[in-house]
Write a protein that binds this ligand. Sequence first.
Ligand code: SF4
Ligand code: SF4
Ligand code: SF4
Ligand code: FES
Length: 945
Amino acid sequence: MGLIKETDYGTPAARSARQVTLTIDGKPVTVPEGTSLMRAAMEAGVEVPKLCATDSIDAFGSCRLCLVEIDGRPGTPASCTTPVAEGLSVKTQTERLKQIRRGVMELYISDHPLDCLTCAANGDCELQDMAGAVGLREVRYGYAGENHLEEAKDESNPYFTYDPSKCIVCSRCVRACEEVQGTFALTIEGRGFDSRVSPGMHESFLNSECVSCGACVQACPTATLTEKSVIEIGQPEHSVITTCAYCGVGCTFKAEMRGNEVVRMVPYKDGKANHGHSCVKGRFAWGYTTHRDRILNPMVREKISDPWREVSWDEAIAHVASEFKRIQGQYGRNSIGGITSSRCTNEETYLVQKLVRAGFGNNNVDTCARVCHSPTGYGLRETFGTSAGTQDFDSVTDADVIMVIGANPTDAHPVFASQMKKRLRAGARLIVVDPRRIDLVRMPHVEAEHHLQLRPGTNVAVMTAIAHVVVTEGLANEDFVRERCDWDEFQDWAAFVAEPRHSPEAVAEITGVPAETLRAAARLYATGGNAAIYYGLGVTEHSQGTTTVIAMANLAMATGNIGRRGVGVNPLRGQNNVQGSCDMGSFPHEFTGYRHVATDAVREVFEAFWNVALDPEPGLRIPNMLDAAVDGSFKAIYIEGEDIAQSDPDTQHVVAGLEAMEFVVVQDLFLNETANFAHVFLPGSTFLEKDGTFTNAERRLGLVRKVMPSRSGMADWEITMAISNAMGFPMNYTHPSEIMDEIAALTPTFAGVSFEKLDRLGSVQWPCNDAAPEGTPIMHVDRFVRGKGHFVLTEYVATDERTGPRFPLLLTTGRILSQYNVGAQTRRTGNTIWHTEDVLEIHPHDAEQRGIRDRDWVRLQSRSGSTSLRAKITERVAPGVVYTTFHHPETQANVVTTDYSDWATNCPEYKVTAVQVALSNGPTEWQEHYEELSEANRHIAEAAE
Ligand code: SF4
Ligand code: SF4
Ligand code: SF4
Ligand code: FES
C-alpha cells in the first residue's frame, strides 16, 4: 500500500439540504447551498490553486491564489470565500487568472528560503506544489531584499518545530487552533510585511497555552510547523489506517511509515469519531512502542525474590499451563482466574474470558472496567435496556444544552471536547457539575452558565434535586413519558423526587450547591431545547455510582431528552476499549452482549459452540479475587494488560493479595508494578504490532491494523491461544477476524460485524445485525431496548467515608491531558515534559491553615495509608477538597484510596477519600519500601539479560 493522500476540498462541507446547480469550466455540478466555489470545483474534478484554504477550517480569503472569473460578474473573486449560486458559470483557468496567480506566487517565493532539496517537507509542501501548479519558473524581484530568512526556530515543543523563515502568514495554523482545537493559543502579531505567527504573547510554544494537539502542524501548508519525527526520519512512504490506543474517543489515524518505522501519526479525515483531529497523545505519544524498557522475551522465576530468567516462548507457555493445572489439581477448579484489560483489543479480551470460562472451567474473569465504568453498564441497562451510551459523538452538534457531570473532557477526552467546545461557541449552553473548576467552566470563548461545585460524594442528592425542580415546577415532558415509559413507575418516581427533603433548599447544605444555582440549572436542562448529558468517572467511581447513572437516565426520560440527535446520556469512557471489554463478556457474571451466565438458554449456545460444559455460577470480581487470595482460597492469576498494583484502590490490600498467590502471570509491554509480584512475565505487543478492533465510547468498532511486526514475536491473542492449547482446551485461529466471526455468531448485537464490513465502512456502531446492517448511531429512537423506559427511585445514601477531626479534607482524583492512566505508556514519551510528577491541588485557605506553600512536600494520609507529594495551591478546588492525579508510581495515590465501592458493581470509590494533609520531608515509609521493591525487580531483570 502506498501513501494515502486525502482530498482537500479547500473549505468545509455545507450542511444545507437545498441543492444548487452551476457550471465550472463548463462542467455542471450540483452541491448543497452554502458550498464555496472552490469546493464545488473540487466536486466537479477541477482543482483551483490555493494556499490559505483547507477544508478543516472556514475560508479566510487572504492569499488571493484561488481567484476565479464568473460570467456576468465583475472582478476576480476568491473561490474559497464565494458561495455557489444557481446557474453560475465559473471559469478557473483564464490567462488573466494565470497571470495573477503567478504574480502572487512570485511574491511568496521571493521571501522564502530556496532549500527545497534539503527541506523536511520536500515532496509534501503546498507552496512547492502551487509554484508548480501556477507554472512559476522565475522570480523577478530577486532574493536580496528584506526578508525573514534569518529568523530563529522555536524547538521548545518536544514534537514539532516552528521555523518562521518558512512562514507565508496564511493563518491556517491560527484558525486551526481556534476552530478545530478551540484553544486560541496562536495569534498573528504585527502588520503587513512584519506580521508573524506567535504563540501567546511572544512565548515559546512550550510556555504558551498550546496543548500540543498538532492541528496547526497538520494545517500548515509549508515546513514552518513540522513534526520533528519527519525531520529526523524523512518523508513517509506508505500509510496504514488504524485506531488510537489511548482514550475512549477512539480516533482514527493514518500511521505514516517508512519501512517498519512510524514517521508520524496523522488523524484521518474519514475517522467518524475525530474527523481529522487528534490530541497530543494519539498524534505524538507513540514513542513508548519502541522504548528500550519494552520486555521482548518471556521470563520466569520461582519466587518473586529470585532474578528473572529469560526463556523461550515454548518453555514459558508450558510452564504457565502446567502451573495453572497443578494449582487447580491441588486447590480446586475455582482457585485460579484471569483479568483482561480495556487496553487490549476486543478479540484479545474475548479470548481471555473464553480461556477462563472454557479452559479454566470457572467464571473468575474480570476487567479493569470494574474499576471505572461498571456502574454505567448496570445503570443504563436497568433504565434503558442497554449497557452503553445512547448517542454518537456528532450528536452533540445538535445539542442546545450540554450538562457535563464528573468528567473533564478537555483533559481526558480532548478530541470530543474540541467538538463540544465548537458547539458551545456556536451557542449551546453549558452546565458543569463537578467539585473542581475544570477548564470548561471558563476558557477562551466558552463559559459554563452554571457550575454546580458539589461536595464529592453528593451526586445523587444533586441529581435528585434537579429532578425535584423538574417535577414540582411542571417541567417534565409527560407526553414523552406516557408514550415511551412506564407511567405508573414515573408517577411513583415523581412523587418520590417531589418530596420536600429532595428540594434544592433541603440538600444545599449536604451538597454545597446553592439552591438557586441548582434550580436555574434544572430549568435550563429541562427547557433549553435538546439537552445532552456527558459524564465520566466522577459519576461512576462512588459508593453510589450506579445510583447516579440511574438518576441521570431518569432525568433524561422525564424531560424527553432521549432517542434523537442532540440529547441522550453519554458515558465518556476512559480507556480506548472500556466499552469493548465490557461487551466482550469480561465480567464474571456475563457472556458477550451482557447475557447472564446463569441463563440456561444462553449458556447452552456457548456450550454447543465451544463444545464444553460451562459453570452457571458467576465467578469472582477483582476485589473478591484479592480477598480470596488473602484468605488462601485463590492461588493463581493470569493478568493481561492491566496494572492492578497501581490502578486499583487500596494498594496495600492489592499487594497483600498478589503476594499471597502462588502463581502470578503478567502479560504486558513493560515490567509494570504488578510484575513486581509475578512469577511469569509474557511480553505483549503494542497496538501497532497486531490486528483487531477497539470499541469507543459511542459503541463504534474501529479496526486496529498491524503496521509493523511484533517485536516480541507474538500478538497477545496468540499468547492466550497458546496457553489454552497447552492446557488442553483447543483454540485454532489464524487471524483476529476469525475471532470476530465467532463473536458475531454468538452475540446478537454483533451479528452483522465482520472485519470485511469494518474495512469497507471504516467503522460501525453496535447493535449491528439484520435490523441495523450498518450499525446504530442513536439508540432508543422509537422505543427503549427494554421496551418501556424504567424509572428507578434514587435514595441518596451518604458514603461511609466521612470527614472528621482526623481526616478533615476530601480527596478526589483525576487525569491530565498529557498523561494516560498509570502512565506506563505516556511516561515513556516526550509527554513527560508537561507532567513530571503527580501534585496535590489544595485551596489557599486549607494550605494557609497548614502552613503549606506552593511546591512544598506534603503528606497525604487516609485511614488506608499515606503518601507524599508536592502541593500546588489553587482555587480550582473548593475549600475542604484536595485533588491529585495517579499517573506516577512514585506517588502511589491509590495507597490512600479506600476499599469502599459501588453497592451494585463494586466499582471502587476513588473519588471520595477523607484525608489529612500536612507538611512532610519527603517520601513515606511505604513509598521507600515500594521503591526498593521496584528497583530490585528491574535490576534483576537487567542482570538476567
Ligand atoms: S498544537 Fe494545537 S493547541 Fe498548540 S498551537 Fe497548534 S493547534 Fe493550537
Ligand atoms: S505557520 Fe504555517 S500555517 Fe501558520 S501562518 Fe505560517 S505558513 Fe501558515
Ligand atoms: S482523543 Fe483519545 S483517541 Fe483521540 S487521539 Fe487523543 S487519546 Fe487518542
Ligand atoms: S485559498 Fe482562497 S484566498 Fe487563499
